[in-house]
Design a binder for this molecule. Sequence first.
Ligand SMILES: *Cc1c(COP(=O)(O)O)cnc(C)c1O
Length: 361
Amino acid sequence: MSRVYNFSAGPSVLPECVLRTAAEEMLDYQGSGQSVMEMSHRSKVYESIIQACEASLRQVLSIPENYKVLFLQGGASTQFAMVPLNLMNRSKKADFVLTGQWAKKAYSEAGKFGTARAVASSADRTFAYIPRLDPASFDPEADYFHICLNNTIYGTKFPTLPETGSVPLVADVSSCILSEPLDISRFGLLYAGAQKNMGPAGLTVVIVREDLIGHPQEGTPTMLDYKIHAENGSMYNTPPTYAIYICKLVLDWIQNEIGGLEKMKALNEEKAGLLYSFLDGSALFKGTVDPDSRSLMNIPFVTGNEELDKKFIKEAEAAGFINLKGHRSVGGMRASIYNAMPIAGVEQLVAFMKEFEAKNA
Ligand SMILES: *Cc1c(COP(=O)(O)O)cnc(C)c1O
């Protein structure tokens, strides 16, 4: 068996020990005589899995008591509608910071349900930075203020959270959840598709302050009402059972093998630091993001020559470094180095880039 180093932006690399445990437990989960995939979601044995997943997530992220954790489907993209349907319920206005394609999608979807306003944008330089925000420009009447905390495509991350006062801060954390500690109490609602840093595709995690639940817009479909899912322990209908199980194994790995999110952050800083410091000193490669807006998880870079970029991606793939092609809107390369990317993967990528530079600069 040989495994590649997978720099995909999502679905993405999972910890090898998680995959091994899943393989070992595939035919007979802990003496139950069945795979987790085959279990009734109403069974005692499955109930213990979903409850353990929630308990671990609460512990790892230090989620306060007055927040609900929901295990949903539909991806982060469904949250672009679900958030306004549930939260745009007073002034029906919301503020958005446009830091990339996902933020723009959240903004335009919300516009179907109320008045979505762009407070700031970094579109002028292909979203290569996080715009400075002036809280005086925020709407104090807004029902919520939306950001995309880590911008997967462009490789930017908010260096600090906007001060929104009593307006609930809502964040798409799909590509940075579990990468470092997060003060949940600063947010009204957080959402993430699991396939970047938590597990397989098919699971969407929502963490929402209790008081924001229960006042959806008229006509909100039952399945898009947070209250329905909160009241039913994410079991109103069949939840994505296997994805939740893998998410639990990933959380166990963070807790027991890594030692929590402070340690996870230190590891992620070490990995990203290796790549950024190489890029900063390279004669051939350069990062595309302003230093004060850099992501720990997604690192885009270019040579400045499209032909050379193509050559690099091709040779890297042949050497076992896959999915390094950048998003079409940025071009060049992008290395997504989520939690599960081992440090050796980044060290070997940097060594490979040095070699390529020596041959091609
Ligand atoms: C991947 C991604 C999305 C889209 O997620 P889906 O689960 O495919 O809907 C949204 N926002 C961010 C920040 C992402 O990285």
